[in-house]
Ligand binder design. Structure first.
Ligand SMILES: [Zn+2]
Length: 300
């Protein structure tokens, strides 16, 4: 059976077709129709039908998109594509495509992709943590994505940074109305703001990482604060979920030293005499969202 995944974003729609062994049979993109709900559904259906025509077979369909489907109402909420919010996108796509469709957000698709045939393949419990423009996460247990009655499993980014120091309190305001959320410290914009505050220098997260790598003192200090905060934030996850593997994704996951420094720092915060959880870099990179969507449809 072919597994078709769709990454439905605000500017582009990407489709991938995977064989059961994870190899890519087909992949392409098209632009997302602007502010047009029915146009967006039609574009998704066209991509699926064209792909199936080309492959000569029907597949399962999974969709990765920002936001979540409310269990109570069956409608999408929290999407950055406003025209999709409040709409029964799952039911409408199922009617259009004539088959069940599964939908999850990008962080959940990332976690499922990495747990299925990525960095966390073969592990029993995988926590996928996104450190990008925002901080999100998803959890896969024995190959199945954990969703939960509120469809928020794994959303650690809007918990407070644990064990805050005096100069981390009350923390910066977050869009949800709270202050000091993990996301305000560990997102890309979070490290940029921290560096600006501490050293008066406006640099991108990429520049901070690159300058730290060549021993520039201020950038190294900023990255050390980041590593120590990430260690505390992930220790909370380990204390609750105790995953076998934590896979990092998003722009900050490309900072190579995190994979050695953070496990060296998280011990004192984890309630165990030893820590065997592995912290790993993503395997599929930018493809994880659309690959995870495909595995979602295959219900692995
Ligand atoms: Zn928040």
């Amino acid at each position: 059976m072919v597994s078709i995944g769709i990454d439905l974003g605000g500017t582009k729609i990407e489709i991938i077709a995977l064989a059961p062994d994870g190899s890519v049979l087909l992949r392409r993109r098209s632009a997302t129709p602007k502010a047009d709900y029915h146009g967006t559904l039609a574009a998704v259906a066209t991509l699926v039908r064209d792909a199936e025509g080309e492959l000569g077979t029907q597949g399962t369909v999974g969709i990765g998109t920002p936001g979540s489907i409310s269990r109570a109402t069956g409608t999408l909420r929290g999407s950055n594509s406003a025209c999709l919010n409040g709409m029964p996108i799952k039911a409408d796509l199922e009617a259009l495509l004539g088959r069940p469709v599964r939908i999850a957000n990008d962080a959940n698709c990332f976690a499922l992709s990495e747990a299925s045939d990525g960095a966390g393949a073969g592990a029993e419990v995988v926590f996928g943590a996104i450190l990008g423009t925002g901080v999100g996460g998803g959890m896969v247990v024995r190959g199945a994505l954990l969703t939960g009655p509120n469809a928020i499993a794994g959303e650690w980014g809007h918990n407070p940074l644990p064990w805050p120091k005096d100069d981390e309190r009350p923390g910066f305001p977050c869009f949800g109305g709270h202050r000091g959320c993990i996301e305000t410290f560990l997102s890309g914009p979070g490290i940029e703001r921290d560096h600006l505050h501490a050293h008066g220098e406006a640099l991108t997260a990429q520049q901070i990482a690159a300058r730290a790598a060549i021993g520039e003192a201020a950038c190294d200090a900023t990255l050390r604060r980041y590593e120590e905060r990430l260690a505390r934030a992930l220790a909370h996850v380990v204390n609750i979920v105790d995953p076998d593997v934590i896979v990092l994704g998003g722009g900050m996951s490309n900072v190579e030293r995190l994979y050695a420094s953070v496990p060296a720092l998280w011990g004192p915060w984890i309630f165990s005499d030893r820590v065997d959880t592995r912290l790993l870099r993503h395997h599929h990179g930018d493809s994880s969202g659309v690959r995870g969507a495909a595995w979602l449809g295959a219900a692995r």
